[in-house]
Ligand binder design. Sequence first.
Ligand SMILES: Nc1ncnc2c1ncn2[C@@H]1O[C@H](COP(=O)(O)OP(=O)(O)O)[C@@H](O)[C@H]1O
Ligand SMILES: [Mg+2]
Length: 294
Amino acid sequence: MSHHDPARMPAGAPARPAPPSTASPTSPGTSPSPQASVDPSVDPSVDRSRDLVARDLVMTYGRTRTAGPPALGGVDVTVPAGTSLAVMGPSGSGKTTLLHVLAGILRPTGGQVQWRGRDIARMSDRERTKLRREDFGFVFQQGMLLPELPAVENVALPLMLGRVGRAEATARAAALFAPLGLSGLEKRRPGELSGGQAQRVAIARALVARPGVVFADEPTGALDQTTSAEVMAHLTQLAAHTGASLVVVTHDENVARWCTGVVHVRDGRIAGHGVPQPTGAPAPTVPRTATVTR
Ligand SMILES: Nc1ncnc2c1ncn2[C@@H]1O[C@H](COP(=O)(O)OP(=O)(O)O)[C@@H](O)[C@H]1O
Ligand SMILES: [Mg+2]
């Protein structure tokens, strides 16, 4: 893992998202997100093996594989290295299932998930556990922070699980607090933080070990619109700075707008994809999603 100097990270959140790139989330050959150029030491375009590529994903829960429609009915999705993808769709459409399959939490019934030259769907449980710990980061709707641990130790935890010594882990964790606007809150327990602060701590924890991909399932689901925008600003900025790709499940258009690409899921299938409008842009007068015929 390359050493990261958090002091170089720009402080604070941008006033609005970076303009979306024209990269389609399904076109691995297109240029990376403009956000990804923040850190000159990270150039995702040179290493296509850092694309996350899913092909023909099928997921059927339970033993009765013929009963009812599958949760995923043949999904293709590509997350080019260094880009961010919003996964939108109504409740029950399969967003969380897709996220869990992409992240190696669930093994799909069929299809492939290619990551760094390997198929996650074919890995053993043990290999997937290692992958999730070393290559991926996670942000959930409620921070899922350990209530007994101070914020800084919650952030340091993934490093310590990865066998980084306590002193170094704590120092690297603490270095993320200022750029996330969390200075002075290092010793607070999660119960002493606001919802937005807790989610920013969760973002630090997800990114502290420099993962290749961060998966976020409704990361702003419990927040108001203003706090939600702050959290997305920090999440997208920190991911871009560290070169991490981002997959964000949300049903909120305002959250999706922070991402460089969006896919819409309906009944376990990709119903369309497009480029989200930046916040503050005039409302589109034509539908931005194209229907995919497959
Ligand atoms: N563990 C599970 N066991 C059985 N069915 C499930 C399970 N998780 C999700 N489902 C079903 O799969 C479909 C997709 O669910 P989910 O991926 O959670 O959708 P979303 O995140 O879009 O709300 C739903 O019909 C849901 O009931
Ligand atoms: Mg869900």
